[in-house]
Design a protein around this ligand. Sequence first.
Ligand SMILES: [Zn+2]
Length: 320
Amino acid sequence: MRESREARVIGVDLGGTNIKAAAITKTGQVVTKVEWATEADKGVEHVINRLQKIAYTVAEEAGWNWAEVTGMGIGLPGFLNFRTGVVEQAVNLGWKNTAIISVLSESMGIPVYFDNDANAAAIGEAWVGGGQGFDHVAVATIGTGIGGGFIINGHIVRGANGMVGEIGHLLMEREHGRLCNCGKHGCLETISSATAMLRSAREAVREGAQTTLSQFALDSLTTRDVIDAARLDDKVAYAIVKQAMETLGIALSHIGNTLNPQRIVIGGGVSKAGEIIFEFIRKGFEQGALPRVIEACQIVPAKLGNDAGVIGAAKLALEA
Ligand SMILES: [Zn+2]
């Protein structure tokens, strides 16, 4: 195969605040990367124009002629219709029933693909990150919420209408659970997200618990402070992090018993806290998972950080 015929793809991570685009090789290496403000407030057409421009810019910076680019993939936060290529709803972008695939592929002269941002990140991690080399990979991202993506037999699983991976809304507390953004009570992300741990810490301080966290101004306290205090044997912080991460581990054991993955990759800000959280997650997992499920599965940190989304989006264009 001549070099100019080799797959050269653009991966785009379209968020409500920023657009990231990267030129990516067929082996998942980032050649170059560009990040711009999305400017979603200026409307759909404006953002679609920016998507085109950022793709042309990143190709040029990679030293690729546009004619050499074989496809583009986009990850974005929203409900997507994979049959029609329409973004049915993307709250962060202010989009409703927005056709982007046909518009972009026609104007750019290349095939364009999309997936939701959680799936794109999961595809990236399974391809060249924490799940590299495995065909059955679950990815859980722990941030302000909890998202997930599942690669089974080497392929992302999307389900009947794109809702596979909404693990933040697994019901973990049937009574007295906190209200979730989804309108239900007791969802996993009301217990185990970074936001939930911070909320628990603030509640403990307000209730007068004996903790080093009480020396922080409540507004400036971060999840990181809570995990750091847990590591330094602050009993209150330790109990909060333990409860949150063991519950996450139990939720992952349900996924383990359902899907029998080889790797569960933990991403998001919380995953950078290191061994303390993995110890609790594994403990919860081992409590709920069957022995053969445990034997086949390792729980590991994500490797790609913020690049997972662009790398996974690029893979969409390589797989097709
Ligand atoms: Zn929920």
